[in-house]
Design a protein around this ligand. Structure first.
Ligand code: ADP
Ligand code: MG
Length: 453
């Protein structure tokens, strides 16, 4: 640079000297050319000022007082020509800049981003009106202070955000982060923020510009998806566990119940075989009666175990009689009255929906027995085109609406899954002390659809 500046200075002086003598157009053209070359060589306006200063010192000041005013004017004209290329390029640069800035603004407002522009040295910050709107504020309601935003960052995300910011400023790592902010109304919203700092030659960041986007809806969808995936995983793990427990239970029942009864029957048979006495009628009626009872018990046990595995009635008699039977057993066992509003002929339940609906009612009644302390249940199964509505309402103690689902509560989850399989949904309405109402809303289209096989 100094070499070039040196060469240029000689040119500048000789060019100006000529121009002071003849003030020709060619002299001005030469000046313009000088400026253009200087600019291409990467020299700046300050370098040009220094050249002009040196020229004044050597050519203008030493002149006679007669010549000096004219020289002064001529050298200024010369200097203006030297500067002209710089001015043009700044003009062009400014135009390009404003065009690109407009484009940027457009892109930004199109994408609904909020802008921020921060000076890490002075801590001055600018938030665009849309930035403030994302945070729920009018333009004049949120001060242009860093803390106005930083204090709103959710405590769970704060450290992550500040650490990223620090490593961007110090190590130039990308600043691209998603976090929750508390808006004016107190709600939490997810935002996505990106920023880029500028560093001076000493490596000190003097400016950082970025945007934030409101990604709350997207984040919400993602979260719902994640939760439901997690629930599905837990549900299938639970199903596997339940299946194993079921097998163990059936094995135990077969062994304890049927095994013992069969052993008793075998002993009775063997007594018949070996216990014959001449003075008594044979076979003895009492022993036979005992054996008949044992066989009846056996049959009953087998029926019970089988009915637990799959309610045979569902297939033989249909959904409503099976539910009627379930309710009779339930009322008998728990002393809870069940009022039924069921029109048995209103809906032609197909085979595929039966087991699902049966299990939903069964689980709801089990919950009533386990959790409600109720004395009365109302069960509706009604047609409300285009839906079938199943409602189970008890007068028990209810539950807090926002009670977090326990990690091991699979009853309601299972019901939701069953309803979803039928294209429907489950709604719950409850409050402590106000009973528990569970409603399954199921599209008739899938409930009455013709069975596929
Ligand atoms: N009829 C009801 N009355 C009061 N609380 C209920 C009733 N049904 C369900 N709940 C509440 O909902 C929770 C979840 O039920 P559920 O998913 O079936 O799991 P579980 O029965 O294994 O606890 C129960 O733990 C209980 O707190
Ligand atoms: Mg349950």
């Amino acid at each position: 640079m100094t070499m070039r500046l040196g060469a240029l200075r000689a040119d500048y002086l000789s060019g100006l000297r000529t121009y002071l003598e003849d003030e020709s157009e060619a002299g001005l053209a030469h000046a313009y050319e000088l400026g253009r070359r200087a600019m291409i060589d990467g020299l700046g306006l300050l370098d040009m000022a220094a050249l002009q200063r040196a020229a004044l010192d050597t050519l203008v000041l030493p002149a006679t007082s007669n010549d000096r005013p004219r020289f002064m004017e001529a050298s200024t004209a010369f200097f203006n020509e030297v500067l002209a290329p710089f001015e043009l390029s700044i003009e062009g640069y400014r135009a390009a800049l404003s065009a690109s800035e407009e484009r940027f603004q457009l892109a930004v407002s199109g994408a609904m981003a909020g802008l921020w522009d921060w000076n890490p040295q002075t801590d001055e910050i600018y938030f665009s009106p849309h930035f403030k709107r994302i945070m729920g504020y009018e333009d004049n309601e949120l001060p242009n202070e860093r803390h106005a935003h930083f204090d709103a960052i959710d405590t769970r995300d704060f450290e992550r955000v500040t650490a990223l910011l620090k490593s961007h400023l110090e190590h130039r790592q990308t600043y691209d982060v998603q976090y929750r902010v508390r808006t004016k109304s107190g709600d939490l919203r997810w935002v996505h923020s990106r920023g880029q700092a500028q560093w001076n030659e000493a490596g000190v960041p003097y400016r950082m510009v970025g945007w934030i986007l409101d990604i709350n809806d997207r984040k919400f969808d993602e979260e719902a998806l994640r939760t439901s995936r997690e629930e599905m995983r837990r549900l299938s793990a639970h199903i596997l566990r339940v299946r194993e427990e079921e097998k163990a239970r059936i094995a135990r029942e077969l062994h304890d119940d049927l095994g013992q009864q069969l052993t008793a029957l075998k002993m009775a048979t063997s007594m018949l075989e070996h216990g014959g006495r001449a003075d008594r009628p044979w076979p003895p009626q009492g022993a036979l009666n005992g054996m008949y009872t044992m066989i009846d018990d056996l049959v009953e046990s087998i029926r019970h175990i089988a009915a637990d595995l799959h309610p045979v009635m569902l297939d033989d008699l249909g959904l409503i009689p099976a539910i009627d039977h379930l309710i009779d057993e339930f009322s008998g066992r728990y002393r809870i009255r069940v009022i039924r509003h069921i029109d048995p002929d209103a809906i032609a339940f197909n085979r595929e929906c039966r087991i699902g609906m049966f299990r939903m009612v069964q689980e709801a009644l089990t919950n009533v027995a386990r959790h409600s302390g109720a004395t009365e249940v109302v069960l509706d199964i009604v047609r409300a085109d285009p839906h079938c509505i199943v409602r189970i309402v008890d007068n028990g103690r209810g539950a807090p609406t926002d009670k977090p689902k326990g990690r091991h509560s699979f009853g309601l989850l299972g019901m939701r899954e069953r309803a979803a399989l039928l294209g429907g949904e489950i709604r719950i309405s409850t409050e402590p002390g106000a009973g528990f109402a569970l409603t399954a809303i199921l599209p008739l289209a899938s409930i009455e659809a013709k069975d596929t096989s």
